[in-house]
Design a protein around this ligand. Structure first.
Ligand code: NAD
Length: 298
């Protein structure tokens, strides 16, 4: 299948590579020339703009952009994907954005006879590279079944969450929990080490005890505990602190609309906010542990 892919960052690039590996033909666009060049080297074709990509004979388009502003910028408007693409071409947005924006863009796509799914992911950059992401999908059952084989080239758990926007609802709930759990693991690891525990031994205990979670066993924030975690490479790559801050903002706004309290989410949002304001927004979000570590560099 000829697939268009927009947004070749920490997540989009490895996802696009897995589509190539599965035998699909790929046309790509990103604002970063370096990101496009790396995919072209892997076998993709570069498009000069979203409109140019939409005007090729693509059969399906996937986007993996930072936030709702970029998603609306790329999909809507006279030069946007929806205005330029042929009716019938399926659109899949895998960015994490608020459910209302997802529903707005989907409505615009449907008005142009383009089926659209919101399909945010979980699993981190490791899951993106391994093709083991979880896709949380909102849209019609028919469109979900049509898209499933393409999503299966990038992920292992492909779940239909309900109508348009519900993929984003699931994602917001997951990342609310992730933001909180990472701070919990950071706090526990820092306390244990300050009291004299070896970090590896402590992580091993947590991971076979009731405190175990993804933030402790797959993405531990303490440097050196997990060779492949961002903590062991200076918190580079991974999932940026500012992206986590964005997601906790989505959760608190969604909670306001639903009149639902998110006590710990609000506190977590303030901690990432403070950490970002100290100049750490581009670091992986697990670097939040530096708020706790007396020996960590500011
Ligand atoms: P990133 O910042 O690494 O990549 C975003 C890419 O989009 C960049 O290459 C950027 O140049 C490109 N871009 C920005 N505006 C654009 C535009 N108008 N047109 C084309 N390209 C544009 O971000 P990421 O970590 O890959 O995350 C992407 C999305 O996935 C975010 O919504 C994030 O919340 C979500 N997410 C990230 C992770 C993770 O672990 N990094 C995990 C799950 C979900």
């Amino acid at each position: 299948m000829h697939i268009g892919f927009l947004g070749l960052g920490n997540m989009g690039a490895p996802m696009a590579r897995n589509l190539l590996k599965a035998g699909h033909r790929l046309s790509v666009f990103d604002l970063s020339e370096a990101a496009v060049a790396a995919l072209v080297e892997a076998g993709a074709t570069a498009a000069a703009s979203p409109a140019a990509l939409a005007r090729t004979d693509v059969e399906l388009i996937v986007s993996m952009l930072p936030a709702a502003a970029q998603v609306k910028g790329v999909y809507l408007g006279a030069d946007g994907l929806i205005a330029q693409v042929r009716p019938g071409v399926m659109l899949i947005d895998s960015s994490t954005i608020d459910p209302l924006s997802a529903r707005e863009v989907t409505a615009a796509a449907r008005a142009h006879d383009n089926p659209m799914l919101d399909a945010p992911v979980s699993g981190g950059t490791g899951g993106a590279a391994a093709g083991t992401l979880t896709f949380m999908v909102g849209g019609t059952a028919e469109d979900f079944e049509r898209a499933r084989p393409v999503l299966a080239a990038m992920g292992r758990n492909i779940v239909h969450c309900g109508p348009a926007g519900n993929g984003q609802v699931a994602k917001v709930a997951n990342n609310l929990l992730l933001g909180i759990s990472m701070i919990g693991v950071a706090e526990a690891m820092s306390l244990g080490v300050a009291l004299g525990m070896d970090p590896q031994v402590l992580a091993g205990i947590l991971n076979t005890s009731s405190g175990r979670c993804w933030s402790s066993d797959t993405y531990n924030p303490f440097p050196g505990v997990l060779e492949n975690a961002p903590a062991s490479r200076g918190y580079s790559g991974g999932f940026g602190t500012d992206l986590m801050l964005k997601d906790l903002g989505l959760a608190s706004e969604a909670a306001r609309q639903a009149r639902q309290p998110v006590f710990l989410g609000a506190l977590a949002q303030q901690l990432y906010q403070a950490f970002s304001a100290q100049g750490n927004g581009a670091l992986d979000f697990s670097a939040i542990i530096n708020l706790y570590r007396k020996d960590a560099q500011a």
